[in-house]
Design a binder for this molecule. Sequence first.
Ligand SMILES: N[C@@H](CCC(=O)N[C@@H](CS)C(=O)NCC(=O)O)C(=O)O
Length: 201
Amino acid sequence: MKLFGFKNSRSNRVEWMLQELSLPYEFVKVDLLSGEHKTPDHVARHGHGLVPAFEDGDVRMIESAAACLYLADKHADKGLAPAASSPARARYFQLAIYAVSTLDETVVPLFFHTALFPPEKRQQSVVDAKLPVWEAAAQLLTRELGDSPYLLGKTFSAADVIVGYDIALAARTGLLASHPTLAAYAERITSREAFKKAYAS
Ligand SMILES: N[C@@H](CCC(=O)N[C@@H](CS)C(=O)NCC(=O)O)C(=O)O
């Protein structure tokens, strides 16, 4: 398997998943800083010239959450995906899609415009637009977790990797200060060995 990615990007989501499953893979660095992701070679892998791109034999994938869901199903014996017939499957899909459609679109811009970008490039209008969405998301996820350690209850699943990517980024952005349930969840998932290996530079 090959993961074409860049550290501190959404390729972390797939790498974390690969680590949770203890699968062998090659990490192929696509340097976002030098523009390598826009070269013809990489655009042939990912039509938008983004990371990650993922290869498993003849399987070629883009979209970090899709790759995680694929891997969890392919290696169902490792127990990171609820069974297809299980009622938990509905919630599992919902959380995965929610992460990429709502959380990524909220937490990533907040990280860029409050932390990553130099002050002159930060736009307060982005922060003003995204913060209320984050507050709603934080309340929703707090309710989803309830008293459980993980999103599907007692058992860690690929949903925790997919959503966990955003929660880890939110923690790094300082967005969890007034959300103790999410702060404890962030601590729980980021202390996993697989997370640490995937995020090691
Ligand atoms: N929905 C895609 C998003 C991919 C994406 O936006 N990747 C970013 C890194 S996190 C990227 O390649 N950015 C480079 C650019 O925008 O030029 C996924 O989850 O895989």
